[in-house]
Ligand binder design. Structure first.
Ligand code: GUN
Length: 281
């Protein structure tokens, strides 16, 4: 069994991005810029946004964080995004999700300039991904693809079970895998028999937010297991969607939580922002 070390891979990617950023500054006088919008004070969202801003600084990006109160109106958020759409120093715009209930998330994501949509959530980029065209791709599934590449895990013809069908993780993950010629099954909350699907899969990718959902008897010998979940349980510790201790014994490769997919998400956000900056006109 081999652990897929997302922490060290993400650090390597960040070092490469820092070098490229320095280069871009010297050759084109361009400093990649990221704007992050956060609404309300959900502690987990605040932690993620703090980590994103810190990572921008580390690689030499310009970044701004718009912190908005829970009571903000939808129009005020839309206005802020429109300002970022036309701000020449900003290459990437990210609205931290989830948004409060009185805000129409689709409307907010839909107003972001697709050429600055570094989260890959705009329908324009989702459509391009599905058709196999170059696009901004959601950072977490993109990070998983980087892990497959780094560990020479081939996807062509593999049976892959994606557990969870969210717009942020499951659906873009399935599209990327399909584009890489895998045979993809997507399971979700209405799936009748989850185990019937996971136990046949060469690769399982799970991101649903249910602690230790994937148990040892749901995984075949030699399977590759990618755990996107991150859950804080009663004793305060962080666990994934996979029962790591027992499942890992059966795997050829597995990602840990923490230190697996999580750090890759931010590395991919930086990668997408740099890509946008390079394409600046
Ligand atoms: N909330 C949970 N994951 C994400 C993410 O990847 N991007 C944004 N914007 N919000 C999130």
């Amino acid at each position: 069994m081999q652990i897929i070390d997302g922490k060290s891979l993400s650090q390597k990617i960040k070092r490469d991005i820092a070098k490229e950023t320095q280069n871009l500054k010297e050759t084109s006088n361009i400093v990649p810029g990221l704007a992050v919008i956060i609404v309300g004070d959900d502690p987990a969202s605040r932690t993620y946004v703090g980590m994103k801003a810190k990572s921008c600084k580390e690689v030499g990006f310009y970044s701004i964080v718009h912190e908005m109160p829970e009571t903000i109106t939808q129009d005020e958020i839309l206005e802020t995004i429109k300002m970022m759409n036309t701000n020449p120093r900003i290459d990437g715009i990210l609205v931290q999700l989830p948004l409060p209930k009185h805000i129409d998330t689709d409307k907010i994501l839909g107003i972001i300039d697709p050429t600055k949509d570094v989260d890959g959530f705009h329908a324009y980029n989702v459509g391009k991904l599905v058709t196999g065209l170059d696009s901004f791709v959601a950072c977490t599934p993109l990070g998983v693809m980087e892990m497959f590449k780094e560990y020479n895990i081939s996807l062509e013809g593999k049976d892959v079970c994606v557990v969870g069908a969210s717009n942020i993780v499951g659906k873009p993950m399935a599209s990327l895998l399909l584009n890489a010629n895998a045979t993809v099954t997507i399971t979700h909350i209405f799936t009748k028999d989850l185990k019937a699907h996971t136990s046949k899969a060469d690769i399982i990718v799970v991101g649903v937010g249910v602690p230790k959902l994937i148990k040892e008897d749901m995984v075949k010998d030699g399977a590759i297991v990618i755990d996107i979940g991150i859950n804080r349980i009663e004793d305060g510790s962080l666990v994934g969607d996979v029962d790591f201790e027992n499942v890992s014994k059966k795997c050829s490769f597995i990602t840990p939580v923490p230190g697996g997919v999580g750090p890759m998400t931010i590395a991919m956000l930086l990668k997408n922002t740099l890509k946008s900056a390079i394409a600046r006109d």
